[in-house]
Write a new protein. Structure first.
Length: 213
């Protein structure tokens, strides 16, 4: 299978715009979709990472959007149904497989992890993001994938684990190439390297292990 990781500007997207506004990060996985009256209806699930007050404001604001049909939150875990414009057919179609949740950040970018058995379908999608969303191709390769990761239901992160993964996302640890090392993150957090590493790895394991491979 061909797999690609794409980074793009999310500030004009439905969820990304709100994530930046309210300072939250999300992992979002599309469960299913269908076409209806020139819209694409997408059922989504995922986790929101942030302070409770920020999350509450984010959800309240998001629910005001006419494109949000349903949105239900339980702790940090959510399920919902949204409407995407028809040009999103390059993502939501029979030839594209979401192999890990999308990372939506509070710093204005999103990272997609997608796959297809034919490279040409990924190339069309890459072209769309480069033209419309200041997209950047982080990687594309032909490989046999080990698994497809969705979202673990309502993972309970400790405060230290939540702080560790929030810091890693904000500082660009999950971009390609990485903008910061574990050692530097540990120093910023004022924890020892080994302690910080344990908190971060446990958070990763609880959320979506495949994403962080």
């Amino acid at each position: 299978m061909w797999t690609a990781k794409i980074k793009f500007n999310e500030e004009k997207t439905l969820i990304g715009n709100k994530a930046v506004k309210h300072g939250v990060n999300l992992f979002v996985f599309a469960l299913s979709f269908f076409y209806e009256n020139n819209w694409i209806i997408v059922h989504i699930t995922g986790n929101i990472i942030g302070e409770k007050e920020q999350i509450d404001k984010f959800v309240k604001d998001l629910k005001k959007e006419s494109r949000v049909k349903e949105f239900e939150l339980n702790g940090n875990f959510f399920v919902g149904t949204i409407k995407e414009p028809i040009f999103a057919k390059y993502i939501y179609n029979k030839n594209i497989i979401q192999i890990a949740p999308a990372l939506i950040t509070d710093t204005g970018y999103e990272i997609l992890n997608i796959g297809s058995f034919e490279k040409k379908y990924l190339e069309k999608l890459i072209d769309l993001f480069e033209r419309k969303f200041d997209g950047q191709l982080l990687s594309i390769q032909n490989k046999k994938i080990k698994s497809i990761s969705a979202i673990k239901v309502a993972p309970e992160l400790t405060e230290k684990q939540k702080q560790a993964i929030e810091l890693a996302i904000k500082r660009g640890y999950y971009t390609s190439p990485r903008k910061i090392s574990l050692q530097e993150l540990a120093k910023i957090s004022k924890l020892s390297f080994s302690t910080f590493q344990v908190h971060l790895r446990k958070a990763e394991e609880k959320l979506i292990p495949f994403y962080f491979e």
